[in-house]
Design a protein around this ligand. Structure first.
Ligand code: SF4
Length: 364
């Protein structure tokens, strides 16, 4: 187990390298571990990297599987805490597993596990972030995780277009170049939930990039240097690339490198979360309003004119100091973006009943 301290407190957390002890059946030897992922691509890719490096766990005593059945010893739910809707969904998945197979030990991994302020069902254990840095993902690893459909579009077809709601980047090769974010956005807690930060030098991953089709660069908050380096590598090798989670100030500082790539038809999808298009609200969120509008009016526009698909996230129903901010209309969003998803504002205080009501309001 590991001692973890973050802004939500201190706890001992289980690790995957605790191996067969995880099941409390220490004499069993090899255990069967079902993994479900209800989190985003960053967390999913962390676990893919771990399984790619340790296909049977660090002690060679775990059989990972994407199939849950009566032979399963433990179930790990890789979770998200971006809103109370996602938390409600994570906990519902844990409950379903427990109700169907009460003897299975259920672990909560991913971001919700690090929210020590949010109680989990008594049968759930918290598991710390597991990842293997700079590890190419094996085909086998993808078969070992039950990557759940997005809870807001559970009927998403497997062969849906990249730009179908909830499908962005799902079927691309996620090349993981780092983790963690040190930004100061008021509503965000991922600097406390994603485990230790790291950033890889692009030169160490060129081979991995070249060996896989349809690559998306994955990071919680890639730096200017990382984006410029990957633009240069894609251009040098004449190979298309996509980017995810590039903050507006970073995107603007990489404008010329991105445009150069786009002019050669090598920039496929560019995701930059603007979160809102309201100047006062950007300030209330402690985000860079000037850079956001520069991105929307210049960088985004220039990329789109060159055929790049541009994607974003926004937060809706934001309330700050008693003021409810108006949401942009679908028409406004569609005019600016090829793809967008929204999250309803979450004040960070989880209340199960309120989350259930809000889930029904927003999703069902
Ligand atoms: S909280 Fe953020 S980083 Fe964590 S799984 Fe959710 S979206 Fe991903």
């Amino acid at each position: 187990m590991r001692d973890i301290t973050n802004k939500f407190g201190s706890q001992k957390m289980w690790t995957l390298s605790d191996g067969a002890k995880l099941s409390e059946k220490e004499t069993k030897g090899v255990i069967s571990a079902y993994i479900a992922c209800t989190a985003c691509l960053s967390v999913y890719t962390d676990m893919l990297s771990y399984i790619s490096k340790y296909p049977y766990g660090e002690n060679k005593d775990i059989n990972f599987t994407s199939h849950l059945n009566e032979l399963t010893d433990i179930a790990i739910v890789l979770s998200c805490q971006v809103t109370d809707l996602s938390i409600y969904n994570d906990i519902s998945v844990m409950q379903e597993i427990h109700e169907k197979y009460p003897d299975i030990t259920v672990y909560c991994g991913g971001c919700l596990a690090q929210r020590f302020d949010i109680p989990l069902p008594e049968y759930v254990r918290r598991m710390d972030v597991e990842r293997a840095e700079n590890t190419p993902l094996t085909e086998d690893a993808f078969t070992k995780i039950d990557y759940r459909k997005p809870f807001w579009n559970k009927d998403l077809p497997d062969d849906a277009d990249d730009l179908e709601d909830g499908n962005l980047f799902r079927h691309m090769y996620p090349l993981k170049i780092g983790a963690g974010c040190h930004g100061g956005c008021k509503y965000c807690t991922i600097r406390d939930t994603r485990g230790p930060s790291y950033a890889l030098d692009a030169t160490s991953q060129v081979q991995e990039f070249l060996e896989h089709d349809d690559v998306v660069i994955v990071c919680d908050a890639p730096s200017v240097k990382q984006i410029k380096d990957w633009c240069a590598i894609a251009e040098e090798h004449n190979k298309a690339i996509s980017f995810r989670n590039v903050e507006p100030p970073v995107a603007n500082m990489c404008h010329d490198a991105l445009i150069s790539l786009a002019k050669k038809g090598l920039l496929k999808i560019f995701h930059c979360p603007v979160q809102t298009m309201n100047e006062d609200l950007l300030k209330a969120m402690n985000r860079d309003a000037k850079a956001t509008f520069e991105y929307i009016n210049n960088t985004r526009k220039d990329l789109r004119e060159l055929g790049v698909k541009v994607a974003t996230n926004i937060i809706i129903d934001y309330v700050y100091e008693g003021i409810s901010y108006e949401n942009p209309s679908d028409a406004q969003m569609k005019e600016l973006w090829d793809y967008y998803v929204w999250n309803p504002y979450f004040d960070g205080k989880f209340n199960g009943q309120k989350a259930k009501d809000r889930f029904e309001h927003y999703i069902q």
